[in-house]
Design a protein around this ligand. Structure first.
Ligand code: FAD
Length: 251
């Protein structure tokens, strides 16, 4: 496991509850990452080492690459340990981290349609994959980013996805708003949860692949739905945003 320090170099608010944080990786070594992976930040609590995971939000220049700077989107959780540390972190201060982790990455094999489904900060792995997705679009694939949020301000990184949709007819961005619609609705808005949108799609078990990321309840419900619709489990990739258990602090 690679351990390093992440030094805060920038912070920008994406909405009143979510910050886009930029870090420099402080380490004598350079590490290679893959779009879709996550890092763990390390904290201490009651003599225990505690981790919190964060997906890499950086748009990767290519699918695998050495990164010296890394960004992530963090939603504040009331009373949260990581929230407390990260929300008060100043430029130049650092947090211990490790990684990369995870296999929530695009497969080597090509599919005809990619459904990338998210709620909240769960959309960040798809932002990381944008350049790799572009290569697949150029080969004729279709991409659907299906983003769920309660209201418009939860549609994180929407402009990045709309930019790609403007360049490629095969790239579709769908905004599922469950509580409050936009003042000026768009033709890519859907009312309701992402599950309702997925219900309306006819999936092809031979040529579609789906990714689910974010809220665990959404993932469980969407997973059951996609399975019911006939997609093989291997074509329903999942990344649930839950906190791992603490463990004793390393000597
Ligand atoms: C693989 C992976 C990737 C992840 N990527 C991201 C990411 O990119 N961005 C991001 O913001 N988070 C991400 N998470 C979640 C993140 O690791 C933390 O769980 C989250 O930031 C809360 O940490 P905390 O220490 O502030 O709160 P905690 O101290 O863990 O929790 C404080 C209280 O809030 C509750 N709580 C925890 N999370 C939530 C929530 N989401 N909504 C409501 N209540 C909650 C807890 O049950 C607890 O009662 C990811 C998790 C995993 C497993």
């Amino acid at each position: 496991m690679n351990r390093f320090e992440l030094e805060l170099t920038g912070k920008k608010f994406l909405n009143d509850n979510t910050a886009h944080l930029n870090f420099r990786i402080i380490s004598p070594e350079k590490y290679s990452f893959q779009a879709g992976q996550f890092l763990r930040l390390h904290f201490q609590q009651n003599d225990q080492e505690v981790f919190r995971s964060y997906s890499i939000a950086t748009i990767f220049p290519q699918e695998h690459c050495v990164l010296e700077d890394i960004s992530m989107a963090v939603s504040w959780v009331e009373g949260g340990l990581a929230t407390g540390v990260l929300s008060s972190l100043e430029h130049g201060q650092s947090v211990p981290a490790s990684g990369p982790f995870g296999r929530f990455c695009l497969p080597d094999t090509d599919f005809k349609r990619y459904f990338l489904i998210a709620t909240g900060t769960g959309v960040t792995p798809y932002r990381a994959m944008l350049n790799e997705l572009e290569l697949r679009l150029q080969k004729g694939a279709e991409v659907y980013v299906v983003m769920g949020a309660q209201r418009q301000n939860g549609l994180l990184y929407e402009q990045d996805f709309l930019k790609m949709a403007g360049q490629y007819p095969g790239f579709n961005y769908v905004a599922c708003l469950s509580r409050e619609q936009r003042e000026e609705p768009t033709n890519y808005d859907q009312s309701g949860y992402v599950q309702q949108y997925l219900q309306s799609i006819e999936f092809n078990e031979d040529s579609d692949i789906t990714f689910l990321c974010g809220n665990p309840d959404m993932i469980d419900e969407a997973f059951a739905l996609l399975k019911e619709k006939g997609l093989p489990v291997a074509q329903i990739r999942r990344e649930k945003y839950i906190s791992p258990k603490p463990r004793p602090v390393r000597a």
